[in-house]
Write a protein that binds this ligand. Structure first.
Ligand code: 4NP
Length: 161
């Protein structure tokens, strides 16, 4: 089983959306026996909460229902998961801080979502839409969908799925 964890700050906007989109792709590709998906936040303010209604809406409008509840990233996640995907560089810094001084194998698990956009140059952030309007959520959906498709293609190749 390949275990994938999407991580943002609050675990109510971007990472639940990434999780929902990725689960949808995994189901459509009949890979539920091979790939397991979860999400978490580096901050704990929203633990137990449903995804932000704006994330739920943009997902629903695209045929996806979000069912996750927010939880905080914990150290054991680094043993449990094979791929830990942060949404922006602050997430990635916070993720890596949790395992500071720990084994190098942990850090190789950590990626940034837009690495899978496969554009040249600096990897961009999936910007935090929390304080903005609906457009930011639509933009996040579009980026996450594109990156997740590429990420799944990568997993299929890498693990001969
Ligand atoms: P997310 O967005 O990291 O995409 O879930 C945020 C949600 C809540 C907060 C910040 C970002 N907050 O400060 O409560």
């Amino acid at each position: 089983m390949i275990k994938v964890l999407f991580v943002c700050l609050g675990n109510i906007c971007r990472s639940p959306l990434a999780e929902g989109i990725f689960i949808d792709l995994v189901v459509k590709n009949q890979l539920t026996e091979q790939i397991q998906v979860d999400s978490a936040g580096t901050g704990g303010w929203h633990v137990g909460d449903k995804p932000d209604p704006r994330s739920q809406k943009v997902a629903h409008d695209n045929g996806i229902e979000l069912t996750s509840r927010a939880r905080k990233l914990q150290q054991t996640d680094f043993d449990e998961f094979d791929y830990i995907i942060g949404m922006d560089r602050t997430n990635v810094r916070n993720i890596n801080d949790l395992v500071n001084n720990s084994s190098k194998s942990y850090k190789t698990k950590v990626h940034m979502m837009r690495e899978f956009e496969q554009k040249t140059g600096r990897v961009r952030d999936v910007e935090d839409p929390y304080y903005g309007g609906d457009y930011g959520f639509e933009e996040a959906f579009r980026i996450l969908k594109h990156c997740n498709q590429n990420f799944l293609d990568f997993l299929i190749k890498e693990h001969n799925l």
